[in-house]
Design a protein around this ligand. Structure first.
Ligand SMILES: Cc1cc2nc3c(=O)[nH]c(=O)nc-3n(C[C@H](O)[C@H](O)[C@H](O)COP(=O)(O)OP(=O)(O)OC[C@H]3O[C@@H](n4cnc5c(N)ncnc54)[C@H](O)[C@@H]3O)c2cc1C
Length: 410
């Protein structure tokens, strides 16, 4: 039986594990977190997400976890509306859709669907990968070594597999000049309610805050600011201190959000980066998802691409019969890259002004932003914008983001 090692049990890794397990592979998923990772904002079920979940037989389950949404609103510090885009805008094809679920729920649904051929090693990763021609020898952090016919690096934008087999992150990372913190806020009796609206607030100095509906009694919060580098990931205190310095005088609910960040079990902070690689495979090692092509949360397509990429890689391996004869997976890996590269490249092409729009420098920029959000919904421009929203491949929204809203929409 062909054996695959998938490093990283996120959306890309667990989706691939699901498909390969069904195709008869013996699959090991090494996930560095001690348990399936929760957290993240919403995932839009339009476009590729929907198609791949349907193919996996998981669409109904995903549709059962939708978050109630009324739309997005750009607000002033006193919550006065500067602009709104309800879910009905552009015939339901606008920025926020009625069909969104939390990344946490999507990850759980995919993870729980893994069949008996899939084994997860939580709290583990690879320390070394040696390509021996006919197989790859992987040494796990725990000390054990095992041989695999295929190794997939689905370990995100800061991929260890990429570092081990393709070289250091700085060779491939393109920072976009922004950083983003996200976490879940648990409501208390005094917490301002969202009434199912996704609220976006900008403060001068390239600072943005957003809160959107989460599970009942929870809000998903995002804080975005200008930065190319951050304190080390293990130095939580330095990360909180940076956020506090940046947002202390930002207005709206800054004080409350900064306090909630410290208490959140799923707090995360990262830069908005893209990953650009000349090739996604070397020998029997292939990259998938953010590790290969991260388009950044600003694309609004990270999860859609992760799902689509997993489906395409599984399909390429299946049609080349690698599960029954793993002697040479190279044709399948080339076919996968040929199919996926144009999609990834298209997602990486952010519309002009996209980065500036998320976090404008000045009060004037903030006003222009709100005006633009109103203007694109004006009657005269509606047909044009509806075409632009609908034409964006894979359900891509021109106006907003994943991390800010659209992630994951990844
Ligand atoms: C908890 C979480 C929350 C997120 N929230 C958002 C969000 O709100 N907005 C947004 O735009 N994007 C978010 N993302 C990113 C988004 O999920 C991805 O851009 C997209 O789904 C592509 O998925 P991926 O599987 O390629 O990468 P990821 O989703 O990043 O998954 C990578 C997985 O690999 C694991 N991993 C990392 N390093 C190693 C290692 N060395 N060894 C083994 N495992 C490793 C990680 O723990 C993770 O489970 C989030 C990701 C995670 C993990």
């Amino acid at each position: 039986m062909a054996r695959a090692l998938i490093v990283g049990g996120g959306i890309a890794g667990d989706t691939l594990a699901l498909f390969l397990g069904r195709d008869g592979w013996e699959v090991t998923v090494a996930e560095i977190a001690p348990a399936p990772r929760t957290g993240g904002q919403t995932v839009d079920l339009r476009g590729d997400c929907r198609e791949v979940l349907r193919q996996a037989g998981l669409l109904e389950q995903a549709l059962g976890c939708l978050i109630p949404q009324r739309g997005a609103a750009w607000i002033a510090t006193d919550e006065r509306r500067l602009a709104e885009m309800p879910v009905e805008a552009f015939d339901g094809q606008g920025l926020v859709s009625r069909e969104e679920l939390l990344r946490t729920d999507l990850a759980r649904i995919i993870h729980e669907a893994a069949g008996p051929g899939v084994t997860h090693r939580f709290g583990d990763t690879v320390d070394a990968l040696r390509d021996q021609g006919s197989r790859v020898l992987a040494r796990f952090r725990g000390g054990a070594s095992e041989e695999f016919d295929l190794v997939v690096g689905a370990d995100g934008a800061h991929s260890r597999v990429r570092a081990l087999r393709f070289g250091p992150e700085e060779n491939y990372r393109r920072p976009l000049g922004l950083a983003h913190a996200w976490f879940t806020l648990t409501e208390s009796p005094g917490t301002p309610r969202l009434d199912d609206w996704f609220l976006l607030y900008n403060a001068p100095g390239r600072r943005a805050m957003a809160a959107r509906p989460g599970h009942p009694g929870q809000q998903e919060v995002g804080l975005t600011f200008a930065a190319d580098t951050l304190p080390p990931r293990h130095d939580r205190e330095a990360q909180f201190a940076l956020l506090e310095r940046t947002f202390a005088d930002a207005g709206w609910r800054a004080e409350e959000f900064l306090a909630a960040a410290r208490k959140a079990p799923d707090f995360a902070l990262d830069t908005y980066d893209q990953v650009h690689m000349p090739s996604w495979s070397v020998g029997r090692v292939v990259l998938l998802g953010d590790s290969a092509w991260c388009a950044s949360p600003l694309s609004g397509l990270g999860t859609a691409l992760a799902l689509r990429g997993a489906a395409e890689l599984a399909a390429a391996l299946r049609s080349a019969g690698v599960h029954s004869d793993p002697t040479d997976p190279s044709a399948a890996l080339t076919a996968f890259e040929t199919t996926m590269r144009p999609r990834a490249a298209s997602a990486q092409q952010l519309p002009p002004g996209r980065v500036a729009m998320v976090a404008p420098h000045s009060t004037l920029g903030i006003r222009i932003n709100a005006w633009a959000m109103r203007a694109i919904q004006a009657k005269a421009l509606r047909p044009l914008m509806a075409r632009a929203f609908a034409a964006t491949e894979h359900g891509r929204r021109p106006a907003e983001t994943e991390g800010m809203r659209p992630e994951v929409t990844n």
